[in-house]
Design a protein around this ligand. Structure first.
Ligand code: ZN
Length: 253
């Protein structure tokens, strides 16, 4: 695939960031695509092909047919354990370090914002960092989960034999209240919301840019493809997220 260079408009985004007293980033699957994690909503992306994630990564499948759930989810956990942060994650961490971002609200479960050094990370869909026993509550770090599988391919608690579930929000589950409350708070306070790699189509997260706009804040969008907020954004950059954010850092220097 040909690499796209950063778009015009990076300078404008740099100005917006410098001028905002408070800014927050909102990220989706697109920010992890350069790390080799496909956006499962895009067609033909290998790992995610031939199965509808909404059907398998569902809490009811986990409860009724855990072997089926894990046939789908186990290779994904393995894959997530191997991937590394890319230049887009690193750039967002650097913006926070420079005091230009209050934090990152993310729909991603891959831990890569933290791996890149971001400190205030609100994971509204949870994280693969840990899995927990639904019976006794024991928490297992990702690296320990592989040892929990029984002969049927189901992860079983080492303490009590109960079912172990990744601490991610499956389809059919509510988003964690505390994380959503913090995301709402950051969206309300933001003079600028920088949306990266998200189609802004999945609620309730897709409602956060509206919160910022209603409070008089502005939107900047760095995402390939259309979003429902394109017309309302002050800046829309269409290049690859790692190139765009790399260029943004350069423009801020
Ligand atoms: Zn247990």
């Amino acid at each position: 695939m040909e690499r796209q260079v950063a778009s015009a408009g990076v300078e404008t985004l740099a100005e917006l960031l410098r001028g905002a007293r408070s800014a927050v980033a909102l990220t989706g699957a697109g920010v992890s695509v350069p790390s080799g994690i496909p956006d499962f909503r895009s067609p033909g992306t290998g790992l995610w092909e031939n199965v509808d994630p909404m059907e398998v990564a569902h809490i009811s499948v986990f409860e009724r047919d855990p072997a089926r759930f894990w046939r789908y989810y186990r290779p994904r956990l393995e894959k997530f354990g191997e991937v590394q942060a890319n230049a887009a994650h690193v750039a967002l961490a650097e913006l926070e370090r420079r005091g230009l971002l209050a934090g990152v609200i993310t729909q991603n479960i891959d831990r890569l914002h933290r791996a890149a050094g971001s400190r205030e990370v609100i994971e509204v869909h949870g994280s693969i960092d840990t899995s927990s026993c639904r019976s006794c509550g024991t928490s297992f770090e990702l690296e320990r989960v592989e040892a929990l599988f029984d002969a049927a391919g189901v992860a079983i608690c080492a303490e009590c034999g109960g079912p172990v579930k990744p601490d991610v929000v499956l389809f059919g589950e509510l988003l964690p209240e505390a994380a959503m409350a913090r995301a709402q708070e950051l969206a309300e306070a933001a003079e600028l919301m920088l949306c990266v790699g998200s189609s802004l189509a999945v609620y309730p997260v897709a409602g956060l840019p509206e919160v910022t706009l209603e409070r008089g804040g502005r939107l900047a969008i760095v995402t390939q493809g259309p979003t429902p907020y394109d017309e309302l954004a002050t800046v829309k950059l269409e290049g690859e997220v790692d190139a765009e954010l790399g260029a943004l850092l350069a423009a801020l220097d």
